[in-house]
Ligand binder design. Structure first.
Ligand code: MCA
Ligand code: AMP
Length: 519
């Protein structure tokens, strides 16, 4: 384990490495938005300094969290980078979360600072102040808000905070199979090691090597958009074409000026449906990356046929950033559809049986991982953290898969009860808990069924209390009023009883077979 004085402490700050990668010509464009705004590297440097000075002016305790629920914007990107620069812990929250969800996250993380949209300030600030947060700022996607007003007149010079590589940089909430979300604690070292490995493995070209241009069309409150995409571009001094929201037509419009695109499978499915997708529009592109959910071989093949490009699929988790990837350089192997490639450099992956014995090639088991990418643990949940690591320090991913004879890893399923819909995780336990509390519902089961656009979507099976007739529309409306919209089951069915095994456990696999015909 390298002792900390090996690298000067402030070198441990991820922002130091990102800032050191800015091109020499600071007046070049760093970010170009879909609504015609241009930000130079100098703009990023000055704006992050001003915002970091604002955070410093609050005299926050070491390790303070900055919770952020704002629409995607370059100012939100600047806030993320400023939080790193000032040495605090960034906590991004999905913009779809409603008050009950936000109340949980703020109660659990106890952020010193909360940044929300001007529209949501009323209810978010109430929750935040009640939980002891002292500073609530606003930031809206039309470049307004108290955060910008307060930072505007501060100095554009800022000494990057000294951090060790195992200091926290971010907390990302992700849920397990049971109960409430857990805050995955990611360190500066986790994120920097992953960014450096991917920069090399995906063949990123710095400006003096011909340069790269990334189309960024993902949300920035999850690992894919916030770390893999943003760090990839910044650590390489590459321009980002910044879309406030995914729109397939806009992505196609930008492709002739870009070289790299990252997306969850749903984005590829929607691009394939565009008549404008052809070999011509992609001729300047060099790399299409997919992940966050299974990429169907049909999508992989259709993309190859329609564009001539072979999608590079990789595998990641909030707790581990990226673990594996198909190769970019064909000398290291072909990109094999249906697989997630090889463990990244420095990452060890094993496939274990139920007795924690390592399985041979070809045999399906539980995927476990060890490496500099693996998180520090769950925020204030030491017991839960301990449960998810083996005695010899491997993290249990909850994914089920195998190695093939050429060393490629295939994910064949999940041991955790999880639905991944359009790249967002939906936890049946959370939805079931909510449904079971509704009047008239005896019990419920939420399962994932195939969906042509989102990959899979949730469907709820409801058991009514004796003598009660359940009103589906009312139940759905109730969930929409209280839960993030993407979590709401796309359909509800009332049935007499849930199939159970001899242990009394609900047999969701039987339900999935019964309802797999889709909507
Ligand atoms: C929107 N809707 C959804 C989803 N998104 N329903 C199910 N699943 C979804 N993902 C519903 C909304 O509730 C709404 O329904 C209707 O679709 C339209 O909403 P809208 O927001 O306009 O949807 P959209 O613009 O079509 O969004 C689809 C999307 C978005 C662009 C695919 O979901 C997206 O950006 N997904 C990316 C998620 C992501 O970044 N994942 C990375 C996680 P209603 O009208 O009824 O309200 S990081 C990760 O997994 C690991 C670490 C890794 O490996 O990267
Ligand atoms: P989360 O950490 O909550 O964002 O979700 C991580 C989960 O997404 C992983 O545990 C996998 O189940 C799933 N996942 C990520 N990338 C892939 C992929 N390329 N193929 C299949 N599943 C994936």
């Amino acid at each position: 384990m390298p002792t900390h004085h090996d690298t000067p402490p402030h070198q441990g700050n991820l922002f130091t490495a990102l800032r050191a990668s800015f091109p020499t010509n600071l007046d070049a464009t760093a970010v170009e938005t879909d609504n015609g705004l241009f930000y130079t590297w100098r703009d990023l440097d000055r704006a992050t300094a001003k915002m970091a000075n604002l955070l410093d002016s609050l005299e926050l305790p070491e390790g303070s969290r900055v919770a952020v629920q704002v629409e995607k914007s370059v100012e939100a990107l600047i806030l993320y980078l400023a939080t790193l620069r000032a040495g605090f812990v960034f906590l991004p929250l999905n913009t779809a979360y409603q008050s009950a969800e936000i109340e949980y996250f703020i109660g659990n993380a106890e952020p010193a600072v909360v940044v929300c949209t001007e529209k949501n300030f009323g209810w978010v600030s109430k929750i935040a102040f009640k939980a002891g947060t002292k500073h609530v700022f606003t930031l809206s996607e039309n470049v307004t808000g108290s955060l910008l007003d307060r930072a505007a007149n501060l100095s554009d010079q800022h000494e990057i905070a000294i951090k060790n590589s195992d200091d926290l940089a971010a907390i990302l909430y992700t849920s397990g199979t049971t109960g409430r979300s857990k805050g995955a604690m990611l360190t500066h070292g986790n994120l920097l090691s992953n960014a450096l490995v991917l920069k090399d493995y995906w063949g990123w070209r710095t400006p003096d090597q011909g340069g790269d241009v990334l189309i960024h069309a993902l949300p920035i409150f999850h690992v894919h958009g916030l770390f893999v995409a943003i760090h990839g571009a910044l650590i390489n001094g590459s321009k980002m074409i910044w879309l406030s929201k995914f729109d397939p037509k806009v992505v196609l419009e930008k492709m002739p000026e870009a070289t790299i695109f990252m997306g969850v499978p749903t984005l590829y499915v929607r691009l394939l449906a565009e008549p404008g997708l052809n070999q011509d529009v992609v001729k300047n592109m060099r790399l299409f990356i997919a992940g966050s959910a299974p990429l169907l071989i049909e999508t992989f093949n259709a993309w190859q046929t329609q564009t001539g490009h072979t999608i590079l699929e990789r595998y990641g988790m909030s707790e581990t950033a990226m673990l594996t990837s198909n190769p970019y350089d064909t000398k290291q192997g072909e990109r094999r559809g249906g697989t997630v490639g090889f463990p990244l450099q420095g990452v060890t992956i094993r496939v274990q049986d139920e007795k924690n014995k390592t399985l041979p090639t070809g045999e399906i088991g539980n995927i476990e991982v060890k490496g500099p990418n693996v998180f520090k643990g769950y925020w204030r949940m030491p017991e839960k953290t301990a449960e998810e690591f083996t005695a010899d320090g491997f993290f249990k991913t909850g994914d089920v898969g195998k190695y093939d004879e050429r060393g490629y890893i295939t994910i064949v399923g999940r041991s955790k009860d999880l639905i991944i819909s359009g790249g967002y995780n939906v936890y049946p336990a959370e939805i079931e808990g909510y449904l079971n509390d509704l009047p008239g519902i005896e019990e419920s089961a939420v399962i994932g069924i195939p969906h042509p656009d989102f990959g899979e979507v949730g469907v709820a099976l409801l058991i009514a209390k004796k003598g009660i007739i359940l009103d589906h529309a009312k139940i759905i409306a109730n969930m929409k009023a209280n839960l993030a919209n993407f979590k709401v089951p796309k359909q509800c069915f009332v049935i007499d009883a849930l199939p159970r095994n001899t242990m009394g456990k609900v047999q969701k696999n039987i339900l999935r077979e019964q309802y797999a015909k889709g909507l």
